[in-house]
Design a protein around this ligand. Structure first.
Ligand code: NDP
Length: 486
């Protein structure tokens, strides 16, 4: 079986532990390849390589750095189909979504390539004569990028592309569930012309490598996407540096009594069961107006019961496997919690028989906002239906959780739509569309327990990976004192 080392200083090197771990296909439970179990010593080595590459890389003009990103986008496009198959095999999502994962990486690479010709600062008048003032963007330095498995190409690209265009060098630590996608990702970056040491990759247990990646004073920026507990640990241990956290969600779709129910049905099916519910923006709650609850439930159960479980690579599959056994056990644990809390199980509620980490699409009704299944992120194909008497109550329920990532309302009434836009505490609100579907040129992120204010993608992606330097140029030829001489 193929074995991958660590990618440090532009070379594949053996881990100091000499140990390797397998990446598993979640549909078959068979190993795909073996990957290096990096140690803290290896992370230190990777940080040193990134530090050594920094002075030259930050001097490369940003438009030229952008051209390398554009070349990378071209390589992704050329290899889109094999990459999508790899994503589907290693992570489990169905092929059309796996193609979307690759496309998102292409899109962000192209968008950030263009940022190489912007990286805007501000100019503003000085309060003194013959004095000029402006701001410019400078890189942070060495950045640690820590990513989850659910978008094994798109999320690494969301972080790496802005980091590189801003002139940073990086140590990338991918999820231990999708290291093969990560290995292909760094191979293509090197092929596109990213110089040795600018992107380094260390695989291995996040728990073991975390401190070296996050707490090192040589690391000036940390960007993390993953679960809330890990995010809290990182925030506590990073010290004084820039930290971007993208954590979980418990996203709601509100369906009003005036909504187009057929349209809402499509949005709920896509939001709840797309990517097997393993998106941070997945819809895990439906808050439906009591007048249409019965009708909508009937429509939903009929359609959801037709969804076909299977390997993501099979064209007839609607819902792929969960990522691993632990995830399967977690989803089932929450089914038992829901039953124990008195929720009514309308569909599913058990693992599928046979090999692979498959779980039946699950729907609970008569869920109260206080139940754990209505508040905690379970990251799987399980949906809770809650009823509400009107838009204000629906918004209150939507807000009654600790997260605030995505949200949606289906309504034909413009007043309801604007009440939701203004009232829902979330980083993203969709109207007459599901909770998923972020586009790379718009900011992405959440409020409350979902993050610490960072917004990835779009122009805000550049803000995450750069500092602002303020420059004053005095051409008066004399000492001028601000606040005193004016
Ligand atoms: P984890 O937090 O378990 O893992 C994410 C990454 O962090 C992995 O690379 C993991 O490594 C690493 N890691 C684990 N422990 C530490 C540590 N102590 N220090 C540093 N790194 C560590 O999350 P999951 O992989 O389970 O991802 C699912 C979560 O991600 C969900 O909660 C989901 O909502 C969230 N998510 C959020 C998004 C957003 O933008 N808001 C987008 C996508 C997902 P290893 O794999 O080796 O454990």
């Amino acid at each position: 079986m193929k074995r991958f080392g660590l990618f440090i200083g532009g070379k594949w090197v053996s881990p100091s532990s000499r140990k390797y771990f397998p990446s598993i296909n979640p549909a078959t439970e068979k190993p795909i390849a073996r990957f290096a179990s990096g140690s803290e010593h290896d992370v230190k080595h990777a940080i040193e390589a990134a530090e050594a590459a920094l002075p030259q890389w930050r001097k490369v003009p940003a438009p030229k750095r952008g051209q390398i990103l554009l070349k990378f986008a071209g390589l992704l496009r050329r290899d889109k189909e094999p990459l999508a198959r790899l994503v589907s095999t290693e992570m489990g999502k169905v092929l059309p979504e796996a193609r979307g994962d690759v496309q998102e990486a292409i899109d962000i690479a192209e968008y950030m390539a263009g940022e190489g010709r912007r990286l805007f600062g501000h100019t503003t008048p000085s309060e003194l004569p013959d004095k000029f003032a402006f701001t410019m963007r400078v890189p942070l330095g060495v950045c640690s990028l820590i990513t989850p498995w659910n978008f094994p190409l798109a999320i690494p690209a969301w972080k790496t592309m802005p980091a590189l265009v801003c002139g940073n060098t990086v140590v990338f630590k991918p999820s231990s569930d999708t290291p093969m996608c990560a290995a292909r990702f760094v191979e293509l970056l090197a092929k596109a012309g990213v110089p040795p040491g600018v992107v380094n990759m260390v695989t291995g247990s996040g728990e073991e490598l975390g401190e070296a990646l996050v707490a090192s004073p040589k690391v000036r920026g940390v960007s993390f996407t993953g679960n809330k507990q890990t995010g809290a640990w990182i925030a506590k241990n990073a010290g004084v540096k820039k930290v971007g956290l993208e954590l979980g969600g418990k996203n709601a779709i509100i369906i009003m009594d005036d909504a187009d129910l057929d349209l809402a049905l499509q949005g709920v099916l896509w939001g709840a069961f797309g990517t097997t519910g393993q998106r941070c923006t997945a819809a895990s709650r439906v808050i439906v107006h009591e007048k249409v609850k019965k009708e909508f439930e009937h429509m939903l159960v009929r359609k959801a019961s037709l969804l076909k479980l299977g390997p993501g690579t099979s064209p007839s599959t609607d819902v792929g496997p969960l990522i691993n056994k632990k995830a399967l056990e977690k989803v089932h644990y929450y089914t038992e919690v829901g039953l124990g809390e008195g929720a009514k199980l309308l569909l599913g509620g058990r693992p599928a028989k046979g090999k692979g980490f498959f779980y039946e699409p699950t729907i609970f009704s008569d869920v109260s906002p206080k139940m754990r299944i209505a508040r905690e992120e379970l990251f799987g194909p399980s949906l809770s239906i809650i009823s509400a008497s009107g838009v204000e109550e629906a918004i209150k329920i939507a807000n009654s959780i600790e997260y605030g990532l995505s949200s949606s309302i289906y309504t034909r009434d413009i007043s309801n739509a604007f009440r939701a836009i203004e009232g829902i505490e979330a980083g993203i609100t969709y109207v007459n569309s599901s909770t998923i579907g972020a586009e790379v040129h718009l900011p992405f992120g959440g409020v409350k327990g979902t993050g610490n204010g960072a917004r990835e993608a779009g122009w805000t992606g550049v803000e995450e990976f750069s500092e602002i330097k303020t420059v004053y140029i005095d051409f008066s030829g004399k000492l001028q004192k601000a606040q005193i001489d004016n």
